[in-house]
Design a protein around this ligand. Structure first.
Ligand code: ACO
Length: 352
């Protein structure tokens, strides 16, 4: 039996404030009908002013730890690694993961951020799993969390229609590759030639180093929507198929559910078609939450598990695509986990 990282806890969190399409249509030249038919999104959740990504990450992390503890043991027992996937850290420097670890009562453990935009959660999972199988860590909390509402141009109907805030997390422990929950493989890739397609131009060393104020609008997130659509379908399909071929999920042992990055239902349908899967096999929750970036895949997974759509024993393929450009897939057989909706009252917020 070979050593593997095994998923043993799952949790997710979205902030309470809901913004339905109709509210966007009051502010922008758009309509509920356009957003629904072009993206499949009906509403999204948005943080309150003053809240930040770590607030969401802590809530999702707490639920994942409680889910891991539900089968026995203390919530935070043995966690020695926190990896946070995010492109909207609380501050440009330092990373947000150490604050999240401290607020979860895990202060002192290894903690760092991973930035791969919408592919961030799959990358973070791969990094944590590799550290566990190498023996560098024993038990990891892997979180995807983003608050894109903080970086969108208030006047941009395209991005405001798509993005929402949210977070999801899993707990990984070391175990054997033939156990339910074992991560069976990864496929990761990137194409820096497409870095301009999904970007926030200002705020990093490239523009800051000139000393000139950033051109108006460069502080906001921008995306070449149609080109990104094509790249998303192509790269998620290719990455997912590479991994399926590598781990031999064919014939009677083929994929049961695909949990893909939730950006547009038309992208999800196209990926399903490319993989020869039925619509029911592709998990969809973007209607309720929009594109929550690094939170998207674990949030969709948690919704699907809560709804009984992803069940113990299912062969589950996670696949994501995002800025960088980046893409990645992961595979596992779903374990029998207890989801814990709200284990304990909210922890204190970081005072700024
Ligand atoms: N309401 C009304 N009209 C709109 C809206 C809106 N919310 N948004 C765009 N339009 C308009 C455009 O302005 C354009 O008008 P024009 O023809 O007069 O110029 C028209 O609709 C068509 O624009 P397209 O961009 O071609 O529309 P499309 O059907 O491609 O939908 C969308 C746009 C939803 C952004 C789509 O391209 C998409 O989903 N792209 C992929 C997004 C994605 O996958 N992101 C994941 C990675 S993001 C990350 O990593 C953070």
């Amino acid at each position: 039996m070979s050593r593997a990282a095994v998923v043993c806890g799952l949790g997710a969190w979205v902030p309470p404030r809901v913004v339905p399409n109709d509210v966007l249509a009051e502010q922008l030249d758009t309509s509920d009908e356009w957003i629904r038919t072009r993206t499949g999104i009906e509403r999204r959740h948005v943080i309150e002013p003053g809240d930040a990504t770590s607030d969401l990450a802590v809530e999702a992390g707490r639920r994942a730890l409680a889910s891991a503890a539900a089968r026995g043991g203390a919530e935070a027992e043995g966690i020695d690694l926190v990896v946070l996937a995010t492109s909207t850290p609380d501050h440009p420097c330092p990373a947000t993961a150490p604050v999240v670890a401290e607020r979860l009562g895990l202060g002192g453990v290894a903690a760092f951020d991973v930035g791969a935009v919408c592919t961030g959660f799959v990358y973070a999972l791969a990094v944590a799993a590799s550290m566990l199988t190498a023996g560098t860590a024993q038990r990891a909390l892997v979180i995807g969390a983003d608050t894109f509402s903080t970086i969108l141009d208030p006047g941009d109907r395209t991005t405001r229609a798509i993005f929402g805030d949210g977070a999801g997390a899993v707990v990984l422990r070391t175990g054997d590759a033939d156990e339910p929950g074992a991560l069976l493989g990864f496929d990761l890739g990137s194409d820096g030639a497409g870095s301009d397609m999904i970007t926030v131009r200002a705020g990093g060393s490239r523009q800051r180093s000139t000393g000139e104020p950033a051109p108006e609008g460069d502080q906001y997130f921008s995306m070449a929507g149609r080109a990104v659509f094509t790249e998303a379908v192509l790269n998620m399909s290719k990455s997912a198929q590479n991994l399926i071929d590598r781990i031999g999920w064919t014939g009677d042992a083929s994929v049961d559910r695909v949990v893909a990055h939730q950006a547009n239902v038309r992208i999800l349908r196209a990926v399903g078609d490319q993989l020869g899967l039925a619509d029911e096999q592709i998990v969809v929750n973007l209607d309720k939450v929009g594109n929550t970036v690094a939170g998207s895949i674990p949030l969709a997974l948690a919704d699907a598990v809560a709804a009984g759509d992803v069940r113990p024993g299912h062969r589950v393929l996670l696949t994501g695509f995002g800025g960088g450009l980046t893409w990645g897939s992961a595979a596992l057989r779903w374990p029998d986990l207890a989801l814990v909706p709200d284990p304990t009252p909210t922890l204190r917020k970081e005072q700024s």
